[in-house]
Design a binder for this molecule. Structure first.
Ligand SMILES: [Zn+2]
Length: 44
């Protein structure tokens, strides 16, 4: 078994639709943007 596969299975990695960076934060997992881009969007 590969520990890496288990790791990715659990975190369910997402990619920020704005900057394209992978998001590892578990909170706000329902969003498609990282915290940084979300803040920029709010200020717009
Ligand atoms: Zn982003």
């Amino acid at each position: 078994m590969t520990p890496g596969a288990e790791f990715f299975r659990q975190i369910d990695p997402k990619i920020c639709t704005d900057c394209g960076k992978p998001m590892v934060e578990m909170h706000e997992s329902y969003l498609n943007q990282c915290d940084k881009c979300l803040s920029q969007t709010e200020h717009n």
